[in-house]
Design a protein around this ligand. Sequence first.
Ligand SMILES: Nc1ncnc2c1ncn2[C@@H]1O[C@H](COP(=O)(O)OP(=O)(O)OP(=O)(O)O)[C@@H](O)[C@H]1O
Length: 240
Amino acid sequence: MNSVISLDKINKTYENKQVLKNINFDIQEGEFISFVGESGGGKTTLLRLVAGLESPTSGSININGKPLAGKNTIARVMFQDARLLPWMTVIDNVTFGSKNKKMKDFAFKLLERVELGDKSTSFPQQLSGGQKQRVALARALMSRPKILLLDEPLGALDALTRLKMQRLIAKIVEESNLTTILITHDVQEAVLLGDRVVAVKDGHLGLIIDGIRKDDTRENFTEVIETVQDFILATSEEVK
Ligand SMILES: Nc1ncnc2c1ncn2[C@@H]1O[C@H](COP(=O)(O)OP(=O)(O)OP(=O)(O)O)[C@@H](O)[C@H]1O
């Protein structure tokens, strides 16, 4: 199988602080990888490198076998805040204001997929937090990316909305065969959504474990969550 994302001996240093340490990791097409771990462990930095928003201090990132130079054009990022433009309607936020008929038709389809078909002419301030994130998801899908990078996108949502969004993201990612990286502080979310769950420890990929999407018995689910939680808690104590 071909790796869509391949990280080879990645190091990243900020102002003498080494944030990522010799990261080697391959992600296959259509895989969903969850990164969890202590705050400041380097998860967002890793995601920014894959997005091409920053470069590694050393090592290489290959996307579909080619070295990444500059912005990753087949990836889109979704953040904790939806970052919608308040003066534009929902549909214009998705099309970036384009009046092109084909783009608008596609944007409408995407809004239907995120169950917001009836909100296309609303403005962001008329939407709930979950609805805003769904617009952000539709906007991320507008350029038909192959890679979706999710930086704690559900972090600000209430528990029930979060559960609904998790299901929606899982469905859309599966349908579109998107290769996905999710950063989350929620271990349950990481295990539920991820084909693999990676606990990031002090700049290293500490624990790598299969999620439960393909093997979902309740017993296994609890076991996987506990393993990840134990690892993260042990990590925090060591760091202190
Ligand atoms: N642009 C920057 N300049 C200097 N230091 C930075 C920069 N970006 C990140 N860092 C530092 O790198 C470390 C890792 O940050 P990063 O945001 O990747 O961690 P994280 O695991 O995503 O944390 P969190 O879960 O809190 O978002 C932190 O110590 C942070 O202060």
